[in-house]
Design a protein around this ligand. Structure first.
Ligand code: UT7
Length: 319
């Protein structure tokens, strides 16, 4: 018995920014961005916030699952880009959707955040502490993008994705084929400071990234973690219908498919339209697939993410 996803939802800000608009801000081109990343457009928040998008994605997931908000025991929001540190976004979502029974907290493991949230919720279910959980990835990365840095501003976008998780069986029968890893010694590859230190000296509040280092790390570690997940679930790579991966760069996903010697068609992507939205990517892509009718009962999926920290991880999911 596994933890199942009973419903999904997602939301994007209204404003679309194409590569030509970015090329008017920094020395780059539509051709360079598309060739190196696969990205054509991204959505950038205007009035939308991390909390407002999280709540909207949550409402759509609740509707898709056909449950009432009072049934939710736990809300976990993954974000690296909230507008405020208190209250946490998960509590704002709890208030907005009326999930009056739910415990709520935020987590930060960057682009691996949805994978981490899934494992935390599944662990609570296995311990008998929750039956229904809402896990959300919501990001307004544009809050922390330096629009004069062509190494990062071409890549990031805003949006939110949510999933309702339910235990498909008694707690003691639950299997959780899920793996999380971290390597803090490589944390300098992607950083962002917040506000002021005790000395009131302003920190650099923008994302700073060694893109090449993260690219290499992802291409090496994601196939490894997929194999780890499969050894836990007892499946071969060939048995998996879809690999739902963090949408950081089309070339990273293509390289992972190649390393696993699998057809790229089983690695769905929405990076072309949305860019890299950190922890929102995976639940948003899952919601796209769900709404397009690509996911049929019994289908076998592996979801995997990687990002700042550095962190990486994955889990096996049966639809
Ligand atoms: O979500 C998890 C965290 N982030 C990631 O996963 C990001 C992973 N990394 C990447 O996606 C890629 O490394 C980038 C898209 C960020 C960069 O692509 P790249 O192919 O690794 O380019 P590069 O950094 O090796 O730079 C190649 C060249 C350099 O010029 P020289 O030194 O060869 O003359 C750069 O200065 O491209 C130049 N360059 C650009 N040119 C036009 C870098 N950024 C741009 C740009 N437009 N935006």
């Amino acid at each position: 018995m596994f933890v199942k996803i009973a419903g999904t939802g997602s939301v994007l800000p209204e404003r679309v920014v194409d590569n030509f608009e970015i090329a008017r801000m920094v020395d780059t081109s539509d051709e360079w961005i598309q060739t190196r990343t696969g990205i054509r457009t991204r959505h950038i928040a205007g009035k939308e916030t991390v909390a407002s998008m999280a709540a909207e994605a949550a409402k759509r997931a609740i509707e898709d699952a056909g449950i009432s908000p009072e049934e939710i025991d736990l809300i976990i929001v993954s974000t690296v880009s909230a507008e405020q540190s208190l209250p946490c976004v998960a509590c704002e979502v709890q208030k907005e959707i009326g999930a009056v029974r739910a415990a709520a907290f935020d987590l930060n493991s960057a682009c691996s955040g949805f994978i981490t949230g899934y494992q935390m919720a599944a662990g609570q279910m296995k311990a008998g502490l929750a039956k229904t959980a809402l896990v959300i990835g919501s990001e307004c990365l544009s809050n922390y993008v330096d629009w004069s840095d062509r190494g990062t501003c071409i890549l990031f976008g805003d949006g939110a994705g949510a999933a309702i998780l339910r235990a498909d069986g008694a707690p003691e029968e639950l299997e959780i084929p899920s793996v999380l890893h971290a390597d803090g010694s490589k944390g300098d590859s992607l950083t962002c400071s917040l506000g002021h230190g005790k000395d009131k000296v302003p920190y650099d509040e923008y994302y700073r990234m060694d893109g090449r280092a993260i690219f290499k790390f992802a291409v090496r570690k994601v196939p490894e973690v997929i194999r780890e997940v499969l050894s836990l679930s007892g499946h071969s790579v060939e048995e998996i219908d879809y690999f739902v991966l963090h949408q950081a760069n089309r070339r990273i996903i293509e390289a992972i498919a190649k390393r696993l010697r699998q057809d790229e068609a089983r690695f769905p992507m929405n990076i072309m339209d949305n860019g890299n939205i950190s922890s929102a990517c995976i639940p948003m892509l899952l919601d796209d697939m769900n709404r397009k009718g690509l996911l049929k009962p019994g289908m076998k999926l592996v979801l995997a993410g990687f990002g700042a920290g550095l962190t990486w991880g994955g889990f096996y999911l049966e639809w």
